[in-house]
Design a protein around this ligand. Structure first.
Ligand code: SAM
Length: 230
């Protein structure tokens, strides 16, 4: 059975898509997508040898070698332009996801949907999408084994459309903020606790200018998020 996290990612793949799953590791996602008819075929990209081997083994074991091409390379470099119309990047930090999208910009022509699941730093992914013409069209937040995950779905469009309060919603997610679910509130309560701990540490340590700046920045974030949660 696929994790709830990857099942959520898969649920956004348009039926019949040619999928590219970048950083595929065990290739569970493209295998599941092809077996369940979400994708008509897929490319699994991996940069590291161990995960590449486990992707190849999983594809063979699933009898999907005719539908899934496993390729070694950094980010979108494994794709020919126009080859895929849906790209998934899951289980990495937001900074790495943004870097992969930025480095592979010319491979995004013809892509109709991005489905991104940053483990941390979703704000950086939303910022990248906003700056590069991708409109966020849906978001999900879910909890599995005590971890909270966000899934971001984007299409070419008007990147500003979903945002009302840009600063708060780049951080929180415009759809997630409006939905204001129990898991969303838990995530941000945890974040606030964490920021408060850091602020207390910085206060105890005293007066360097960098520490003061960091402290003010965190205090601003606490206020921003608290306003939304209250
Ligand atoms: N996508 C799978 C998931 O969500 O379960 C695997 C996530 S795993 C934590 C991250 C994978 O991304 C690793 O296998 C790693 O080798 C791969 N990776 C990291 N940087 C990459 C890059 N620049 N290009 C392709 N793959 C990368």
């Amino acid at each position: 059975r696929l994790s709830k996290r990857l099942e959520t990612v898969a649920s956004f793949i348009p039926k019949g898509a040619v999928l590219a799953d970048i950083g595929s590791d065990h290739a569970y996602l493209p295998c599941y997508a092809c077996l369940h008819g979400y994708a008509s075929k897929a490319i699994a990209g991996e940069v590291a040898d161990g995960p590449l081997r486990s992707a190849q083994q999983q594809v063979e074991k699933s009898g999907l070698s005719h539908l899934i091409s496993v390729r070694k390379g950094d980010g979108l470099s494994v794709l020919a332009p126009g080859e895929a119309d849906c790209i998934t990047i899951a289980g990495m930090g937001g900074a790495l996801i943004a870097r992969i999208l930025g480095d592979g910009k010319e491979k995004l022509a013809g892509v109709k949907r991005l489905i991104l699941q940053p483990n941390i730093g979703a704000e950086l992914v939303r910022r990248w999408l906003l700056d590069h013409g991708w409109e966020l069209v849906a978001e999900r937040i879910l909890k599995e084994d005590g971890q909270i995950y966000e899934v971001l779905v984007a299409e070419p469009g008007d990147p500003r459309r979903p945002y009302r309060h840009l600063e708060a919603e780049l951080l929180l997610g415009p759809f997630l903020r409006r939905e204001n679910s129990v898991v969303f509130r838990e995530k941000w309560r945890r974040e606030i606790e964490n920021w408060r701990r850091i602020i207390a540490d910085l206060t105890a340590k005293g007066q360097s200018e960098a520490a003061e700046r960091k402290k003010r920045e965190l205090e601003r974030k606490v206020r921003l998020v608290e306003e939304v949660l209250l």
